[in-house]
Design a protein around this ligand. Structure first.
Ligand code: ARG
Length: 281
């Protein structure tokens, strides 16, 4: 992995911006209920191993020059490690989550407390939405992309447009394995995305083709290896180590993949992106 140099690069070379990420250590991680097809309550989970993998991810971000903030894990909330679901943050505004399943509902309060204590503008949601799990933002296109079909209520898309004063593109997810937008689509940089077309309804696929003709297209194998659940700083793409095919595609597209093993976290139906909330000021 290449470290970001502190000296200023030549103007033509685009330095990766310093991102701010919020993460939650999987201290109480377990698979105690099954709310997505990846979760199997009979599979043993190694919490210590999950913590070690998670620490590696946090270290990778720090080494790449990003700021990593932490929210305290809470006992009884085994999915809290998937910090992306706690809110969606753009322009310094945190639009709070409202979880679909009762098991995760209290996570929204924990995140709300965190944002309020850290002095972010917090907006309470009226409609069900799972934060960055189903929302992402492309600054170069000034577009919010939003998923619905399994977790987030489509009315939350209109709510988000109203909260942020920004355009929202609604995309319908149709494959239960890809129940959150961030399992099927991810920004590569300010303008470009990667996605798995089969996870979307025909109209949404057409919309994605029209908006993003230069997208990196993932196949079934890439998606199943959580290869779309990555975090990109525009240069480096932190991606689940199992997603070897996706890693090659990212490289061919001009990005620098940084594979991280998050196999324990996959048992809960999440990977790199699910563990990472991006806080945009
Ligand atoms: N077990 C969690 C759930 O089903 C996983 C959440 C993954 N997070 C994400 N951003 N996709 O809710």
């Amino acid at each position: 992995m290449e470290k970001r140099s502190s000296s200023s690069a030549a103007p033509a070379i685009r330095e990766p911006g310093r991102r701010t990420y919020l993460m939650c250590r999987p201290a109480y991680y377990a698979v105690e209920y099954a709310i997505n097809p990846w979760m199997d309550t009979s599979t043993p989970v190694d919490t210590a191993r999950a913590c070690a993998q998670w620490e590696t991810l946090a270290e990778v971000y720090a080494e790449l020059g990003h700021e990593v903030l932490r929210i305290e894990p809470e006992p009884g909330l085994p999915d809290m490690v998937y910090a992306a679901n706690g809110a969606f943050v753009v322009d310094g505004i945190a639009y709070g989550a409202r979880f679909r399943h009762a098991e995760r509902a209290p996570e929204a309060d924990a995140h709300e407390k965190w944002y309020r204590a850290a002095d972010w503008t917090f907006v309470e949601p009226e409609y069900t939405n799972e934060g960055e799990g189903d929302f992402t933002y492309l600054p170069g296109r000034e577009l919010i992309l939003a998923g619905w079909g399994f977790r987030t209520d489509a009315r939350a898309h209109a709510e988000a447009a109203d909260v942020f004063g920004r355009q929202v593109v609604s995309l319908r997810l149709v494959d239960p394995s890809y129940y959150h937008l961030d399992t099927a689509l991810a920004p590569l940089d300010d303008e470009r995305i990667a996605y798995y077309p089969e996870a979307f309804a025909p109209g949404s696929r057409l919309l994605l083709e029209r908006l993003f003709p230069d997208a990196v297209i993932a196949d079934a194998e890439d998606a199943a290896a959580f290869g779309l659940n990555f975090v990109s700083d525009g240069t480096h793409v932190i991606v689940n180590a199992e997603a070897t095919g996706m890693t090659r595609k990212l490289q061919d597209a001009g990005y620098e993949p940084v594979p991280v093993d998050l196999s324990e976290l996959k048992k809960g139906g999440g990977s790199v992106k699910c563990c990472t909330a991006e806080l945009r000021r």
